[in-house]
Design a protein around this ligand. Structure first.
Ligand code: NAP
Length: 304
């Protein structure tokens, strides 16, 4: 019986591991693939405090892991298959074993939605990105495309327009989903050009991205835009399918927490990208992990 089981070894889960150890709690971290979370996909992380020259995402993940282990967290590489979270003893199931703890932190993260194209996979890391904040600065002075019409896509376009030459926002309809203030700012920005009613047929290039081939959904006309980068911003999908029946989520499936990262169930907390919140970054995930342990510790103390 552990004091706390943390599911997911991204920045949220691993920071929870560090704080658990320092709080004198026994902690087990379960992760399917290591390094866990979106951080493994970030080529260079340039906005995590303390690394002014940037740090490779994988390297930062390894450092988080070593830091958590240094403070006594046990990390196991297993795939969680189910949960029983309502009782006093929380149970986490894998195909071979059942783990038990007095508290659980859900930090399984979220996956970026993909377009599902072969060429999208092929150019991942060589021009295709799901994170403008992480990878945008590599495209300084170049032309890029942002795919999507929601808040993320328009915020990405505005961010990129600060330093790229031109941003094409490719949207499948002729009306944006993004909030009005963002729409207004983007439409007034001379570096941003909208390509309406268009779907990406393929991303073209040899070793790196050279363009996007688009199909107009109304006229079926094809168009090739020359760009060096393609930022796919069509939403994310949280890994909450296995907990949704027990834990309250918002309409998009993200876990609803209070400011102490408490979920609707006593003794169950959430941290990182799986949480309903406005900014999903390494630094906010880490902060969630610290807060979740602070609340878990108070919860266990009350029980005693
Ligand atoms: P989103 O609101 O779900 O928007 C996704 C966009 O991608 C939509 O425009 C959608 O088109 C398009 N799309 C979806 N699947 C597609 C596909 N297969 N091919 C092409 N286009 C596709 O996602 P999001 O922008 O990431 O935002 C997620 C949540 O976070 C939202 O609740 C948002 O308000 C919030 N958020 C808030 C802020 C902020 O307040 N500052 C910033 C970022 C995100 P359709 O419009 O045609 O469906």
């Amino acid at each position: 019986m552990y004091d706390v089981i943390i599911v997911g070894a991204g920045p949220g889960g691993l920071t929870a591991g560090i704080y658990a150890g320092r709080a004198g709690m026994s902690a087990l971290i379960l992760e399917r693939v290591f390094p866990g979370g979106q951080i493994a996909r970030a080529h260079i992380v340039e906005n995590y405090p303390g690394f002014p020259d940037g740090i490779e995402g994988v390297e930062l993940g390894i450092r988080f892991k070593e830091h958590a282990e240094r403070h006594g967290a046990v990390i196991e590489s297993v795939e969680v298959t189910g949960y029983s979270l309502e009782g006093e003893v929380k149970k986490v199931f894998t195909s071979g074993q059942t783990y038990e703890a007095r508290a659980v932190i859900l930090a399984m993260g979220a996956a970026y939605k993909t377009l599902g194209l072969y060429s999208e996979k092929k150019f991942l890391g060589t021009g295709v990105s799901y994170c403008a904040t992480c990878d945008g600065p590599f495209f300084r002075g170049k032309d890029v495309a942002v795919i999507g019409g929601g808040d993320t896509a328009i915020e990405d376009a505005l961010y990129l327009a600060n330093f790229v030459n031109r941003v094409y926002v490719v949207h499948r309809r002729d009306e944006l989903r993004a909030q009005m203030a963002l729409q207004k700012a983007a439409k007034q920005n001379e570096r941003i050009e909208f390509v309406w009613d268009s779907e990406v047929e393929s991303i073209t290039g040899d070793a790196v991205v050279e363009g996007v081939r688009l199909r107009n959904r109304k006229t079926q006309e094809m168009r090739l835009i020359n760009v060096s980068g393609v930022f796919v911003a069509i939403g994310t999908v949280p890994y909450t399918d296995d907990v949704k029946s027990q834990i309250k989520t918002d309409a998009s499936g993200y876990i609803i927490t209070d400011e102490g990262m408490r979920t609707n169930l006593p003794g169950v907390f959430a941290a990182g990208d799986i949480v309903a919140k406005p900014l999903r970054q390494v630094v906010t995930a880490a902060a969630d992990g610290a807060t979740a342990i602070y609340s878990a510790q108070a919860f266990l103390r009350e029980k005693e």
